[in-house]
Design a protein. Structure first.
Length: 190
């Protein structure tokens, strides 16, 4: 009776797909080699995945999709889809599946995205999910080709000037004021 009154918490954590780091600052465009990981956490029985990502193409250009040496299927047989990068629309579509099936359990890197910051501003890196109503979306698949539910955690890339104009103006104003005060004190002493 006591067990029925107190539900037992599941030891299994919810599966998530994340952009890591979730916040990235790049300075003075154009700046290349902005590397973001697309990761999965707490997945069970994943034999394939498909990523679909949106980004602001007026701020960023996607140069490549990379499978790092430690990605989730490293050392296993796998097949890749074509790397579909549309820098006009700001869309990335890519997938990998194991062959023969290898069930990945746990957390790791699905792939890396290599961007160049082309202009000042912020670009959200959006993991497209099934509830967004698009034809294509990010999927994690089990051996029966069934989707594994997940929660998405998007990211943002901020391309900013190395010295902001406001900070530069503040420094100039402070330096000018200091010079004027020093000259005034020097004149008062004479």
């Amino acid at each position: 009776m006591l067990l029925a009154a107190f539900p037992i918490a599941s030891a299994e954590a919810a599966t998530s797909v994340k952009i890591v780091p979730q916040s990235y600052e790049a300075f003075d465009p154009p700046v290349s080699n902005i590397i973001l990981n697309v990761t999965v956490e707490n997945v069970q029985g994943m034999v394939g995945y498909e990523i679909y990502i949106f980004f602001n193409s007026s701020i960023l250009t996607c140069n490549d999709i990379i499978l790092p040496s430690d990605f989730v299927y490293a050392g296993q047989g796998y097949l890749e889809t074509d790397k579909l990068i549309d820098n006009d629309k700001g869309e990335i579509h890519y997938g990998v599946s194991t062959f023969p099936f290898y069930k990945f359990n746990g957390s790791g890197v699905l792939c890396q995205l290599n961007f160049t910051g082309e202009a000042l501003g912020d670009s959200d890196i959006i993991i497209v999910t099934p509830d967004m109503g698009t034809t294509f979306y990010t999927q994690l698949l089990n051996e029966n080709a069934e989707e594994i539910p997940y929660t998405a955690y998007n990211g943002v890339v901020s391309v900013i000037p190395e010295f902001s104009p406001l900070a530069l103006l503040t420094l100039i104003a402070m330096a000018s004021t200091s010079i004027i005060l020093l000259r005034k004190r020097k004149n008062e002493k004479e």
